[in-house]
Write a new protein. Structure first.
Length: 348
């Protein structure tokens, strides 16, 4: 496979973007990255910052539309073989319009990560934008069957879909486990962090070490939850290496997301020997069989009962072993990214 020119349009400060971009840099392709983010954590040296505004996770990023003209100029200049945008209605829309204005013949693809199609803001409007964008690009990448089903309902041809996750790297299972429970999902409504904290605090866990990493929380909210739950150790944000270390030291991983793709945090928990107790949604059922390699829950009662079961288990090694096998079979980074590379290049 000859080297190609790739243009990624994505959040340069996201580990998800770094996983994609760094792979193609490492393969020797000519890689460019256009972003609305303020910082770049990828290995890409050809970086273009499209806006001076700070992006907001709560929406209202209308300034993205101002990036269409400069992005179109970038496309004209570098003439990429492949353009790949992450998140359908934001970067995807801007990238599609820029490619049209530049009269580009590049292979254009969009990655749907989950919330952009499963739980978008202003659904009546965003669903129309998603339908518009996803039916006009060459390839659509989705990270779970649940997202696939939603995208197909938007009219996208299944032959243009790739279903999968970029995966995680090989690690040794950490034996020393000094943290009992960890949560590391962003502090947004879909994560239901308060649900987890309320239910955990109602149990007798005085002798347990509970850690919550809550990215994207305001300073005021952070101070509020620290006062309300004094027995929980809180972090606002950690770099990727520090997060991996904490998950590796943890016995149980908890998540209460209402909708999701195949989350990177779940795959990392499985990979690092952290047994999951997670919401019973389609994407989670693709990785966890209830009572075998972890537990699924539908209600607060189920969550508390299953958490007690897991905390009282003396030996979780069987579940950890099964999870490592699952990741080895269909969640390894190098294997999954080779499949993605072929898909993006439309090669057999």
């Amino acid at each position: 496979m000859s080297n190609k020119v790739f243009l990624f349009v994505a959040d340069a400060g996201s580990i998800h973007t770094a996983k994609w971009v760094d792979y193609f840099v490492g393969k020797g392709h000519e890689v460019h990255l256009a972003t609305f983010a303020k910082n770049n954590i990828t290995l890409c040296e050809n970086i273009y910052f499209l806006s001076g505004f700070e992006p907001s996770r709560s929406g209202g990023n209308y300034h993205y539309l101002l990036g269409i003209k400069p992005l179109s100029a970038i496309i004209k200049r570098i003439k990429p073989d492949v353009i790949n945008a992450h998140f359908s209605y934001s970067y995807g829309l801007v990238t599609y319009l820029a490619s049209k204005f530049s009269k580009s013949n590049s292979n254009l693809s969009v990655v749907c990560h989950g919330s952009d199609v499963l739980a978008p803001p202003l659904p009546s409007i965003i669903n129309r934008i998603n339908r518009f964008v996803l039916n006009r690009v060459d390839r659509v990448f989705v990270v779970s069957d649940q997202i696939k089903d939603r995208v197909e309902r938007l009219g996208v041809n299944p032959l243009n879909l790739f279903i999968g996750q970029y995966g995680v790297g090989s690690v040794d299972i950490v034996v020393e486990k000094d943290i009992d429970i960890i949560s590391n999902r962003a502090y947004i409504p879909n994560s239901r962090i308060d649900f987890l904290l309320d239910n955990i605090s109602n149990l007798d866990l005085l002798d347990r070490k509970v850690v919550f990493v809550v990215p994207h929380i305001s300073e005021e909210e952070f101070e509020t939850i620290k006062l309300k739950y004094p027995n929980v150790i809180f972090y606002k944000a950690l770099d990727y290496k520090e997060m991996q270390e904490l998950v590796g030291r943890s016995k149980l991983y908890v998540s209460a997301t209402q909708s999701d793709g195949t989350s990177l945090s779940l795959l990392e928990a499985l990979n690092l020997g952290c047994v999951p107790l997670i919401s019973n949604i389609v994407s989670n059922r693709s990785w966890v069989l209830d009572g075998i390699n972890g537990y699924l829950f539908n209600s607060d009662k189920e969550f508390k009962n299953k958490l007690k079961i897991l905390l009282n288990k003396e030996d979780l090694n069987e579940a950890r072993f099964l999870n490592h096998q699952i990741i080895d079979s269909r969640g390894r980074y190098s294997v999954q990214m080779r499949k993605i590379e072929k898909f993006l290049l439309n090669s057999e």
